[in-house]
Design a protein around this ligand. Sequence first.
Ligand code: C5P
Length: 225
Amino acid sequence: RAPVIVAIDGPAGTGKSSTSRAVAARLGLRYLDTGAQYRAAAWWMLGNGVDVRDPAAVAAAAEKPQIVSGTDPAAPTVTVDGADAAGPIRTREVTAAVSAVSAVPEVRARITALQRSIAAESVKNGGIVVEGRDIGTTVLPDADVKIFLTASEEVRAARRSGELKGKDASDLAATQASIARRDAADAGRKVSPLAKAADAIEVDTTELTLEQVIQCVVTLVEEKQ
Ligand code: C5P
């Protein structure tokens, strides 16, 4: 089979990560979570006294963190200056800071270059599934398959909260508000905003199970191979 590059974009809580990992594992492709790279940059900024609300300060520090991504879909990793960042990048503080950091052009330029080199390298290993916000539009505009995942705001908040049961209503409302804020920031920024590429296939996952979404994407990729 010819190597294949798959771009999966969409807002928070659409199941991008679960879908992308599973598709990569089933098709024997590498996997890159680009959100984890922006989170890693934000985590480094917070830990090194950079004011994330000051774009000039973030820009000045953009080259400093050494972010390394492991692309095995069975065990993806991200390290910053050699330290495992998988846990710390999922904290509420990092989630609240990441959109401000990812909006800074110097940060995007650096991380986009990293993503392109990982994608180019993956071609030797059959290809890669890359998930994010601007993969089909900016990072890999020549990707073989472009998917844009969507879902209703309610369903996305429920998924992000973990599950529909066992969470109280205020928790769900807070999650929904946090997702809405982040999506507005990501879609509204000047450089490389969250957007569906003109040639991306939109998959509305609101009424679909994760397995159905995975199957749908696997079929779309196989049709291209
Ligand atoms: O996918 P995840 O929710 O982990 O992404 C975290 C943040 O990283 C997003 O809210 C966005 O600000 C940024 N991001 C981005 N471009 C990408 C992937 C993520 O700006 N390709």
